[in-house]
Design a protein around this ligand. Sequence first.
Ligand SMILES: Cc1cc2nc3c(=O)[nH]c(=O)nc-3n(C[C@H](O)[C@H](O)[C@H](O)COP(=O)(O)OP(=O)(O)OC[C@H]3O[C@@H](n4cnc5c(N)ncnc54)[C@H](O)[C@@H]3O)c2cc1C
Length: 472
Amino acid sequence: MRTIAIVGGGFAGSITAVHLMQQADSPLNIIIINNRFPLVKGIAYATPYAEHLLNVPVSSISAFSQHADHFFNWLHKHDDFKDIPAETLKNSFAPRKIYAEYLDTVWATTLENKSEQVNLQVIEDEVINVIPNNDSFNIELRNASPIKADYVVLATGNAIPKNIPIADPSFYDSKLYYKNPWDDACMQGLKSKRDILIIGNSLTMIDAVISLQSKGFSKKIYTMSPHGFAIMPDATVPLYGRDILSEIPRPYRLYDLVKLFNKHMKRCEREGISKVAVVNSIRYQLQNIWFDFSTEDKRYFIKRVSSIWNAWRHRTPAGMYDRISKLINAGKLIPITGRLVSLTEKDGYVEARINDKKANKEISLDVERVINCTGSQIDVQLPGSLLNTLYTAGLIDADPLRISLNADATTNRVIDRYGNISPNMYTLGNNMKGILWETTGVPEIRAQAENVAIKLLEQIKETNPLSSPHYS
Ligand SMILES: Cc1cc2nc3c(=O)[nH]c(=O)nc-3n(C[C@H](O)[C@H](O)[C@H](O)COP(=O)(O)OP(=O)(O)OC[C@H]3O[C@@H](n4cnc5c(N)ncnc54)[C@H](O)[C@@H]3O)c2cc1C
């Protein structure tokens, strides 16, 4: 019997396992090894805060791309949502905690209905190495004996944010610095005697502000990033009604796209149409666009365009935007556009020096703690992670932009440091960022999870044709 080991049991790893359990028609062993965050929910949906909302409307966040209404149908039967009119519910942004309940139901239903020929084992541990052994792998765990598998799926998900360069990086050992914004420790033991500094000005920052408020934090919250407050409200807007990409030739070039966008944004202004409609109109073409870009275009995009693009693309529900705007207007939340100069631990507090671009001077803040909300950043060269160990061994490589892993976009198989597509190691989600760009949200991950499962089952059949139902 073949064994598939899935490293990471967040949304990506567990939905891959769901597809394997639903579709396997011959004996199969599935092992999920997961640590730190709860199985199925992962970082995003394990939040204890009821006010943390999904940033994708109910109609677009089913766990299954083939069943677009799967989440909506479940939610519409939920006691707290059953009285909301269908169209209103479809366009709303549900709490992430509720989405976690839905994922738990998907998981439990799959386990109930799985074939007896499929074994599932969930191990709560950390994978510290994956060592090839002929055609299979020995998977080393931090706290238990190694396990053997024929195939590995790297579903390691979000990486903890990187430290920002500062004058004296020894500060980063301070207890007043919280590097992992998804660890609830950042919200514990708040004193509310001094303000707080959040590094980062995007969606993770909003989560942190909401959490701080729900913990009763009463002082000011400063947020800072080189491009300033970069969040826009999301709401249902009418379809744009034009296939704007048909106006430019393929392969798509960044220059042509920027021109095209400017043209349509101006049209929106003239005709009173929401500009968001233009962004939405290409939402499901973004991987094709990225795929067409030359490496130079991709580099230029990341350096010069991505901050403004991300603001348009990763919006927050309108209600949440209003709440954040009110805090800003009340002077409780103060977004700074600037660069961090230094962070220094003083007697029970942190002195933060920031080059404030708008004020055109260096400012100093005394804060009770600093929380890094700059978001997931994968760097296979950074020592101390499984991905770094695999990179050092040559099993995986960085993508050409060095923002994720190198992988084959069609099969989701990793590409090793010698340029070979691995025959038996797959990846998905955040690890595909450099290859697909648009790859971290549920709509993309669910499709990749299905793809990985189908490819694995096809491969198992090819290598063992007797296992096909035709012969059994
Ligand atoms: C706070 C937050 C909110 C988000 N909200 C939304 C949203 O509203 N809508 C949307 O579409 N997307 C959202 N996203 C995007 C999100 O990344 C995806 O939706 C999805 O949840 C990612 O799942 P994942 O399994 O790839 O990663 P993760 O959730 O990060 O799960 C990875 C799991 O693998 C484990 N792991 C990693 N390395 C190892 C190892 N070596 N050994 C064992 N286990 C390991 C981790 O500890 C973790 O449990 C959000 C992301 C975040 C961070």
